[in-house]
Ligand binder design. Sequence first.
Ligand SMILES: [Ca+2]
Length: 491
Amino acid sequence: MKFLHPLLCLLMAASLRAAEAATPPKKPNIVIILSDDAGYGEFSLDGSKTIQTPHIDSIATNGVRFTDGYVSGAVCSPSRAGLLTGRYQEHFGHEFNIPAGYSETNGLPLTETLLPAVLKPAGYRTIALGKWHLGYAPKFHPMERGFTDYYGFLQGQRSYFPLAKASRLNQLLRDRTPVTPENFTYMTDELAKNACDYIVKSKDTPFFMYLAFNATHAPMDCTKEDLAAAGGNKIKAMTMALDRGVGTVLDCIKGNGLATNTLIVFLNDNGGAAGHNNAPLHGHKGSSWDGGIRVPFAMQWPGVIPAGQTFHHPVISLDLFATSISVAGIDKSPGKALDGVNLLPFITGKDNNRPHQTLYWKHGPAWSVRDGDLKLVGGNADQTAGQAGLFDLSKDIAESNDIASSNPADVKRLHALYDAWAAGILPTPWGRGLKDANDDEDPDITKPADTPGPDEPKKTRKEKKAEKEARKAEKEKQSDRIPANPNQPGS
Ligand SMILES: [Ca+2]
């Protein structure tokens, strides 16, 4: 055997060290898991005693639970538009749900820059799974907006089971190609399994994953096994499946040795839809009460974000853009100015201030503004037109004690803040888009968005009757809450 000259050995060692130094550590992965229409009171994360969500809860145990975690939109499509742009969607004309009809104009405006489009040039594989609901024409497709991979469906809702005759809007797509025939067991498990497949395929490159489960949005499809395990409660069955899906993804990340190099976020896209348990919040999806906009929200990044934290200052889905690009080492978005902030300094103890002093919401006539812990709310179906209520969320999470009449100066101040923000609202090109029965959103927000799509089985008379009764009970419940205060100052 020939021995190498000692000088050559030294040179080789030096060049190896130089190569190591030249290879920066792999950028952290970013995984955003979004659920759909679930109720605030349907996760043990936020105190549910009847529905256990141990995998979702584990994200908070390993990191942080945001008690006052908000989304920017009270319904599906606007909320997603805000999350993926990091900007108040009302300011770029995306206040309302996109109607469920093919259109060249109806989609997240192309003038906006989406998070994956910023991460992709930084070396990220950018993977979207599940519900899109941000436009149906090819130019609005996820892969035209910065995603490198897509597995999901474009519409705001669809069956959780394979469709024999899918439509252009609800068909399952792999990238841009329809999956025919559809062949899977249950959508929630299918999305989770595919998420893991992409994670395995991407483990040697940094990846950004946007995993948008349609669970637990209508239709209320569940497997026989889940329904039996949930004692016949469909929402519980679907939530258990959702938690199982999150568990599949978490196990996959851990099993592939990626846990300490991956930021994982879980949140729901809007307040619980009618029929869901939103306790202890008031109102539901579509409203500007906290029940329309405050959601289960947790984040982990072991080794960076201290574990077991509960964070009480308000945060918002808009923050995920700024947080993600910071994780990726990007100083500034090349797009328009962001409304969200990087949350990392606040949850790693470097900054003890509030991430936000003031947050704003609008969905049709319903509007609100939260400044510190005071929230001014107006325009909801259970409020008197032209009168806004003022609530101190530090001691009134249910927005049940209207303090407007005794705090006229605060009402005036918060109203002025809201008016200044609202001055920047652009009209939504597709209008409210509420008439389409197959749309995610219904003109009557107390009616569950549970209308079967054209390719889905029709409901039995018994199911329809049960739903009608549930809607009636919900309306009665809402009209019992927070009676209008005739002494409130005008708004
Ligand atoms: Ca939704």
